[in-house]
Design a binder for this molecule. Structure first.
Ligand SMILES: [Zn+2]
Length: 390
């Protein structure tokens, strides 16, 4: 009995690996799959048959012959499932539609101040309806709607324990999905954005995502560093690889103290990262607009040049602390991370000076997705779930 269970688990795992491999390629062939995943021809043949019967892969022409019989090309059915990601912030609602490619098919962002009232959630449902439009083929295949919120979220209970940005405490997540006719889940915004960075890589590596928005947060992505590469399952389920912590508080890097007795943080402590590295620390010098801060600094405003220099010093301390704790790449996201690209070398130089082990600073980089990162990550949650079920 136990043996049988194990066999079926191995079969499912193999089927999953084959599907992930096919989905990661434009087109591939059975010999390619067998070679890449180190599987026998008959095993691949059987799995391909099952995946075709499940309508998640299809034939996509033939490859040019290299002497023998032409190999049939296989591809994933891109529209086997769709998913939507909604990104809720204090003043905006962003929406993203994705499919099996886990890329942005459609994106919309509207200005809408968050209020904890049924009217807001009704309008959220209406905005989703409008976003999806009339296309029944899409609607019928929606696996779910992931909702990214700037909050500490207990995802198993679908419960917001705390959100400073939305001013919410102990809220049942069900209110967010009350007017949405699809399966929904609430996801912490930094975790969602970190998931997007992982899929941008197509390889899951351990990573710290440091979100530098109006508050500072982050996510911890762990990959088993056992040296065993698993081609065909580059991501596994990215959400399962996040370290959440005992009370869903992991990654709250904004409240690490970098200047004891320093500026007062909104949490009440003195000297927190948040008080020095949030996007607001820069935007407050430019009428509340972060882009304007960078524009004016580029125009030679010496006060802002100094502010930026100090900001980078504090960010370098934070990044170095994270590197000492986790020994992995650090990705800068959020509002500042989206604009830091031109200055990343300067930051790398500062962190390199603190790096007692390797001496370099290349381990810190800017995020790859500047727009809609959290919305896409929230949508990816449902695509990954679907892929896991294959
Ligand atoms: Zn704090």
């Amino acid at each position: 009995m136990i043996q049988r269970t194990n066999n079926s688990e191995v079969k499912k795992l193999n089927r999953n690996r084959v599907f992930r491999y096919i989905n990661s390629k434009n087109r591939t062939s059975m010999p390619d799959i067998a070679a890449a995943l180190d599987m026998s021809g008959p095993t691949v043949l059987q799995i391909v048959k099952e995946l075709r019967e499940a309508h998640v892969i299809c034939e996509a022409g033939e490859f040019e012959s290299t002497g023998g019989r032409k190999a049939k090309a296989l591809a994933a059915v891109r529209d086997a499932r769709y998913a939507v990601g909604i990104e809720i912030t204090r003043n905006h609602i962003g929406m993203v539609l994705t499919d099996m490619t886990e890329t942005v098919l459609k994106h919309n962002r509207m200005r809408k101040a968050f209020t904890y009232e049924d009217e807001y959630f009704k309008q959220l449902g209406a905005a989703l309806e409008e976003f999806l439009g009339e296309d029944k083929a899409v609607r019928d295949k929606i696996a779910g709607v992931g909702i990214s919120v700037p909050s500490i979220v207990d995802s198993t209970e679908n419960h917001i324990t705390y959100s400073r940005a939305l001013d919410l405490y102990d809220i049942d997540g069900e209110v967010f999905s009350r007017h949405i006719p699809y399966p929904c889940v609430l996801i912490n915004d930094a975790n969602a954005a970190a998931a997007t960075e992982c899929i941008a890589d197509r390889q899951l590596e351990s990573m710290i995502y440091l979100s530098l928005s109006n508050t500072v947060g982050g996510a911890v992505v762990f990959r088993q560093e056992n040296g065993q590469e698993e081609p065909g399952s580059p991501l596994g389920s990215v959400f399962e690889n996040m370290y959440i912590g005992k009370h869903w508080h992991s990654g709250e890097f904004g409240h690490m103290i970098i200047h004891p007795g320093g500026k007062t943080c909104y949490c009440g402590k003195k000297g927190c990262v948040d008080a020095y590295c949030s996007a607001l620390c820069l935007a407050e010098y430019a009428d509340g607009y972060l882009e304007r801060f960078f524009d004016r600094m580029e125009d030679g405003d010496l006060e802002l040049v100094k502010v930026w220099e100090d900001y980078l010093d504090d960010l370098a301390i934070t990044v170095d602390n994270l590197r000492m704790c986790f020994d992995c790449d650090i990705v800068l996201g959020g509002y500042v991370g989206s604009l830091i690209g031109p200055y990343i070398k300067e930051l790398q130089k500062k962190v390199a000076e603190k790096n007692i082990f390797e001496g370099g600073g290349a381990y810190v980089r800017a995020c790859r997705y500047q727009k809609a990162a959290s919305a896409l990550g929230a949508a990816v949650y449902y695509i990954e779930n679907f892929i896991n079920s294959i």
